[in-house]
Design a protein around this ligand. Sequence first.
Ligand code: NI
Length: 152
Amino acid sequence: MAILKIVKKGTDEEFLRKKSRPVEQITPRIKTLLDDMIQTMRHANGCGLAAVQVGVLRRVVVIETPEGLFELINPRIIATAGTQESEEGCLSVPNEWGITRRPMYVTARALNRDGEEYEIKAQGLLAKAICHELDHLDGILYTDKVIKKIED
Ligand code: NI
C-alpha cells in the first residue's frame, strides 16, 4: 500500500476538471488503487476520495463514514430525496469550507472489488459524500456548488 499525492485545485485544477472513464475490468491494478486510495484518504483525515484526486481518470471512489467503508466502482445515483444544507470541504481544496445544498437521501449503485453490483441507501453525511465524490468523476468540484463560504 502507498500514500498517494493528492491533486490540488490551486495547482492542477485543469486535471480535476477532466471526466473519468468507466472501469471495464477490475484488474489487480484497480484493487491496488482502491487500497492506496483508502490509505491516502485515512492519512489525510478525509471521508472520501475519487481516483481523479490521485491522478487516475477512472470511475473509482472510496468513502468512509460512521456507516462504514465503501468502495465504489462505476457508481451511479439512482434516486435522491429531500435537501440538506451543510458544511463541505475537499482534500483537493485544502483549508476551505463552504455550505452546499445536497439531497438528504441518496440511493446509489456501484460495483465492489469483486465486480458485484450493490446498492447503498444513504442519508445525511454519507449521502453528501456520495454526491461530492461522484461529482469529482465528472470534473465537478464542491466549490461550484457553494451557496455560502465559511470564513475562518
Ligand atoms: Ni473532494
